[in-house]
Structures are given as C-alpha cells and as structure tokens.
Design a protein around this ligand. Structure first.
Ligand code: FHN
Length: 474
C-alpha cells in the first residue's frame, strides 16, 4: 500500500525540523504553564476558552448515558486468524495474534459493510435513551473510519466500501439530536513513527520511538483537527492508548489545550493525560490533564463527590466484534448497572461491536431496546440527577434532584412495606413514577431517620420500579 504523508515523503523531510522546534517550544511552554495553572484545575487555556469546565460539562452531567461503538478492520477476522481462535478482546487481534502490518493491512480490502445504516444505529441508541455516541475514529490498529489526507489507510482509500462512515453518522446524529463524539487512539500499531516498529509486541511499553514527537505533532494533531473541523462540533474527544512509553504528562496537557483550541467547548476524557490509575480509571491527581475519569469494566464502590466519571463497559467480553463471544450480560443486569452508576453520580458508556457487514449484533439490539422500554417510563429518574444522598439501601438504589428522591426498587417488598433508612428530610409526597395520576402512597415516619412507604403488593416493573419522594431540601 502506497502510504501518503505518514512519515516518508520528501516534503515531510523539509517541514519536520521546523515542526520539531515548534513541538519542543510548545511542550516547554506547556510544562511551565502547567506549574502556573495548577490552581485553576482543568480550565487552563489562558482565556482562549470562554467556557468554564462546568459550562462545557453541563450537557454531559445531565445526559448520563451514551453508546460506545468499537468498529474497524478487526470486525473482519472477528476473533479468528488463519482458522485459529485468538484469545482476548477482538480489537486487539493484531497484537494478540502478532500479525505483521503487511498481513493485517489487506483486511481493508475485505471491509465492505454494505448493511451499515447510520440512521438505524443512531435510532437504536436514541431508543435506548442514550444521548451521545462515542465511535472509534481510529483504534490501536491505526485504521481510520473517515477520509483523511494523512494516510491511505482509511475507509475511502483502502476499502471497497468507499463511504465516509463518520460523515454519515455525523449527519444522522445532527438529525436525531444525538451528540457525536470520537474515540481516538494515541497508540498506533500501524504508524512507523508510533508503535508499528515494535512488532511483534506492538504494546511493549518499555520501548520508545525516536520519531514519536513527529507522529504527535504532524499526524495525531493533524487528524484530530480534520475530525473536529470536518465532523464537529463534537461532544467529546475520547482518547485511549495513552500508556505508551513516549506519551508524557506534558503531552497530555499540550494535547488537552490543543483540543480546546480546536473547539472551545469540547470535552476531553482523562486518557489524554497519563495519570489514569489502571481500570479504576480515575486520575492520580489534577496534575494530569482531562475533564473526567474513565473506569473501565468496573463501577466505583461509592459515589465520588466532586469527581466527574464515566464507566465504559462491554455487553459481552469484547469491545470489537468477535463471532463466538456470546457471554452477554442480561438486560436486567445492564439496567441495574445504569441505575447503580447514576446513583453514584456517574455516566454509563455502554458498548456495541458491529459486525463486518455493518450490523449491531442482535443480542445488543435486544438489550438496548429493553433498556429503552424502561427509560421511556422512567428517564426522569436518570437524566439530570445527582448521586444518592442516602447511604446503602437494601432494596436497590436512589438518585436525586433538588426536592426529589427517586427510589429504584430492584427487590420489591413482599410485605408491601418499603423501608427507607437514612432519610431525615420531611417527605411531602410519595408516588409511583409510572403512575400518570401520581396517586399518593401512604407514608409513615418510624424514626428521625426512617420512613416506611406502603406500596402495592406487586411491583409495576419487576426489574426496577421507581418511587418518587417529594421532600424538603433540608
Ligand atoms: O485497549 C483498549 C481496548 O481495546 C478498548 O478500547 C478499551 C475501551 O475503553 N480501552 C483500552 C483498554 O483500556
């Protein structure tokens, strides 16, 4: 494959030295600015950015629920290589299978997802109650799902499909009022200035690439600018793969400022910085760039007051499509996770891994539809809510708004008496959220800290029935 401008052309040799000097200056400034800006936490673009962090985060804190989409060439082998199953998450087949670039690249010729329908995908997300979509513009394998001028290793130049997937999604998201966001990998197993030379261990974090800064300044930043300018405004730039040895804390701040310079109200996750504490996902401190923490495949045990976080999770055991991974979480479990996360003040980014044909797997569609049925009745108890002010409750979870508590009852009391511990506030009224008449439920205060609600013998929804309490704020 003739590579265009990703590290070999003559023009590059002339502009690179200038770029290098620019890069060093930027990093030096970033370094000393960081010292100065510690106090202002994450809003540090020196006045360039009119919106405060709170201003930028407002929609995100309200919306609570998004769709993660891992899609790319790895959907073609779907977990198998040369007839052998390859263990691990599907999108890592190039690394787990130790596949050379020369053997992996030709997958592009087989990538022809004729059943891809942006309208249907966005509709599936919207019907589930999801308010934003984060799709892999480029994952670790380096393949680009849009028409980029920085390489031919993209859906337009390298595949028979030749349709601008991100362009079609951007249009549909605008039409259906869903915020489009891009996942973008800092680690790149295809780019010669990034981790391609580390073959067969592309993910070798002990290795460094002397040309990595060139990759950052020219390729990574160039493509991010393309994505924001061609498909924006975007909601979030969701970075990943920041654990490579060459990515520094300064790189993180520099990239954070760069993203805000491209779009002042954009949100950038904490994987732009390299302070993430593993799968726990929160940054070690505010020394590291990023607007919010990203726990992966796990939910914090308790709420994290004052911390913005978003748990990302698979529905089975893989992010990218694997034909034989059918270890699907139940719809009940997924709904309980959404409520558990909201009750702790977090967002839920739930993943789908479409097939190489362009279809979201059936079991994912079913589960999202089921969550959507519940959200149609109960979304008031998720959007715009805050973490529960109550401690642990034995029957489920609680979310809150000023003057209101939403009791999410997973285990309906067989005796028709729901005990609510830890509630000192005066309760003015209790009713079932699903009851349009909002008929009053009988309330009894049994102690300074406990009220008992008399409820119907049968739960309106066995998975989660919501009772609303109208309370005095103090
Ligand atoms: O390596 C990736 C993985 O493929 C997937 O994209 C997840 C999603 O958050 N992030 C990384 C693992 O932490």
């Amino acid at each position: 494959m003739t590579r265009r401008c990703n590290g070999a052309g003559s023009i590059c040799r002339r502009i690179y030295p200038a770029l290098m000097i620019a890069a060093i200056c930027v990093l030096l400034i970033a370094g000393c600015r960081r010292e100065g800006a510690k106090a202002s936490v994450f809003d540090s673009t020196g006045g360039k950015n009119t919106l405060s962090k709170d201003g930028r985060m407002d929609w995100w804190r309200n919306d609570r629920f998004g769709m993660f989409i891992h899609w790319g060439l790895y959907a073609v082998p779907a977990g198998e290589w040369k007839g052998e199953k390859v263990s691990g998450i599907g999108e890592w087949i190039m690394e787990k299978g130790q596949i050379p670039v020369s053997e992996y690249e030709p997958l592009a010729k087989q990538f022809n997802p004729v059943k891809f329908d942006a309208e249907q995908w966005v509709q599936i997300a919207k019907n589930a109650g999801m308010k934003y979509i984060v799709i892999t513009s480029k994952h670790h394998d380096g393949f680009c799902l849009w028409d980029t001028k920085y390489t031919d290793y993209d859906v337009i130049d390298a595949t028979p499909f030749k349709r601008d997937i991100l362009g079609e999604l951007a249009q549909e998201c605008r039409k259906q009022g869903i915020r489009l966001c891009f996942y973008h990998s800092i680690m790149d197993w295809h780019h010669p200035d990034a981790q391609a030379p580390f073959y067969p261990k592309y993910n070798d974090t002990s290795k460094s690439n002397p040309n990595f800064d060139r990759y950052v300044e020219y390729y990574l930043k160039g493509q991010l600018k393309e994505l924001v300018q061609n498909y924006g405004p975007l909601g979030i730039l969701w970075f990943d793969g920041e654990w490579v040895k060459d990515w520094t804390r300064e790189n993180g701040w520099d990239m954070f400022d760069y993203c805000l310079s491209l779009q002042p109200d954009i949100i950038v996750n904490n994987r732009v910085g390299n302070g993430r504490q593993g799968m726990r996902g929160l940054s070690k401190s505010d020394e590291f760039a990023g607007d919010y923490g990203t726990p992966e495949q796990e939910i914090p045990a308790t709420g994290l007051p004052g911390v913005d976080w978003e748990t990302c999770m698979t529905m089975n055991d893989t992010w990218g499509y694997k034909s034989y991974d059918n270890n699907w979480k139940s719809r009940e479990d997924l709904l309980h996770k959404l409520v558990d996360i909201a009750s702790k003040g977090g967002n839920f980014l739930l993943n789908v891994g479409p097939t190489a044909e362009g279809l979201i797997p059936g079991p994912s569609v079913e589960r999202l539809a089921a969550i959507g049925e519940w959200m149609k009745v109960n979304s008031e108890s998720i959007y715009g809510t805050m973490a529960s002010p109550l401690g642990e409750v034995p029957w489920g979870r609680c979310t809150a708004k000023p003057g209101k508590l939403y009791l999410h009852v997973f285990d309906w009391p067989t005796n028709g008496k729901l005990e609510v511990p830890g509630l000192k506030n005066k309760v003015k009224k209790a009713y079932l959220l699903a009851d349009e008449k909002r008929a009053k439920l009988l309330l009894t205060r049994t102690s300074a800290e406990k009220v008992v609600i008399t409820v119907p013998s049968k739960a309106a929804d066995p998975v989660n029935t919501v009772i609303v309490l109208e309370i005095n704020n103090k």
